[in-house]
Design a protein around this ligand. Structure first.
Ligand code: SF4
Length: 431
């Protein structure tokens, strides 16, 4: 079963615009599940533990996605739901309580424990929110227990982060009304990127800045009507709604990818805090110019090349905007698992006329279109990358774009290089 609908965007004037052309399709999908988010979330929130309540498959996924280079005890694990649980022969809640007790006894450094739901826990309808409440009471005040779902049923892999942050929003402390306005940057950023962003914002005079998620779960930022927030990642639709329900206001901006995106993103904060344009220019000039020089070296490899995005990370639209506008690439098709029009409004406005966006996936049809386009580079999940490579098509794994620091001026050229490297490798192989 599949569906296919074409929806042209309406321009402000109400007339039918050709830019961009949005198609929705439904069918077989090739995406990772939300458990994958644990890999970057556990690195970021350094006193949290992520306990997947799932099957051996879930455990294998997490272990292989985390890689084999684990030198310290990892801060994630799996409570395996086995055949007895599935057959209803064991009380899953009792088993889970025992696993959690043992874990917390052995790991007194844990301050927040996330129970992460999976396909199996959803199938047997294990109520993890009640389990989290019960365990929170039991281990209070040393450990807070929260829950979210990382299941792969009808979700894509970056939704794991959205679900995790969304679970944290209700426990954020309240910013007293009438406080000085605070800026919250929402979405996991590598520590190095966070430090750069904080420095730029501080240098232009914005000092009351919080990052969410924080590096430490006991230092959750306050939120309230005096909070304005900027999304650092485009896949945080539910977290956005929850923050808004706590009174925070979102600043509309493109995402901080490339020089143009980073500048516009910082400008949104600067405007909101009344920073004079000349101060903004003084603070951003040097890193902006450095990034422009570094990008010029990458443009040589990318300009004129055609790129095709399969839907996976939800970063596809901002990436396409960066690669087309700053790197001179041609956009064949931009697949995205979901299109949050409000969150993407600023990005959509920057795409060229006629850019083709596909929301959702019918993988066979999309592969046919990909072959017909004969792109130079395809961005896709791991499951599609190997077959496409075998057919002589250069690919980039979408998941790498979430694992790598790519936001901000200093990372702009690294971001471009992630796309130029597979092209250069293919040229070398062909030589
Ligand atoms: S949550 Fe679902 S999709 Fe993800 S590894 Fe477990 S069973 Fe597979």
């Amino acid at each position: 079963m599949s569906t296919h609908t074409v929806i042209p965007i309406q321009s402000d004037a109400g007339s039918c615009d050709t830019s961009p052309l949005i198609t929705t399709e439904r069918g077989q999908r090739e995406v990772f599940c939300g458990l994958t988010g644990i890999i970057w979330l556990h690195r970021k929130i350094q006193d949290a533990f992520f306990l997947v309540v799932g099957s051996r498959t879930c455990a294998h996924l997490i272990q292989s996605a985390a890689g084999v280079m684990i030198f310290a005890e990892p801060r994630f694990g799996t409570a395996i739901i086995d055949e007895r649980d599935l057959a209803g022969l064991a009380d899953c809640n009792d088993e889970l309580d025992k696993v959690v007790d043992k874990l917390l006894l052995r790991r007194p450094d844990i301050r927040t424990l996330f129970l992460v739901g999976s396909c199996p826990s959803e199938v047997i309808k294990l109520d993890l929110s009640r389990a989290a409440e019960r365990l929170s009471r039991r281990h209070n005040p040393a450990v807070r227990v929260l829950n979210y779902s990382g299941s792969g049923i009808e979700t894509t892999f970056t939704q794991g982060e959205d679900a995790c942050l969304n679970a944290l929003v209700p426990v954020l402390p309240t910013l007293p009304s009438g406080s000085k306005p605070r800026l919250m940057i929402v979405g996991t950023l590598a520590d190095i990127v966070e430090d750069q962003m904080r420095r730029l914002l501080t240098d232009m005079g914005i000092r009351d800045v919080d990052f969410f998620p924080p590096r430490n779960s006991t230092q959750l930022p306050e939120v309230g009507p005096d909070t304005v927030f900027l999304l650092a990642q485009p896949f945080l639709a539910d977290t956005t709604l929850s923050l808004e329900s706590r009174g925070a206001k979102r600043l509309s901006a493109p995402f901080p990818l490339g020089v143009e995106g980073t500048t516009a993103w910082l400008q949104a904060a600067a405007r909101s805090f009344g920073i004079p344009p000349n101060t903004f220019d003084d603070v951003t000039r040097a890193p902006r110019q450095r990034a422009e020089v570094a990008l010029a070296r990458q443009r040589v490899h990318l300009s004129g090349k055609k790129i095709f995005f399969f839907p996976d990370s939800q970063l596809e639209i901002p990436l396409a905007r960066f690669l087309q506008r700053e790197m001179g690439m041609q956009l064949a098709e931009i697949g995205t698992p979901y299109l949050h029009r409000k969150l993407m409004a600023e990005e959509l406005a920057l795409l060229p006329a006629g850019a083709r966006i596909t929301e959702g996936q019918h993988v066979e049809n999309q592969l046919d279109r990909c072959h017909a386009e004969a792109p130079d580079l395809v961005v896709c999940g791991l499951g599609l990358a190997n077959p496409l490579e075998a057919q002589g098509i250069a690919t980039k794994w979408a998941i790498e774009l979430v694992f790598t620091p790519i936001q901000g001026y200093e990372q702009a050229a690294d971001l471009a290089e992630l796309f130029s490297r597979p092209l250069r490798r293919r040229i070398k192989l062909a030589a």
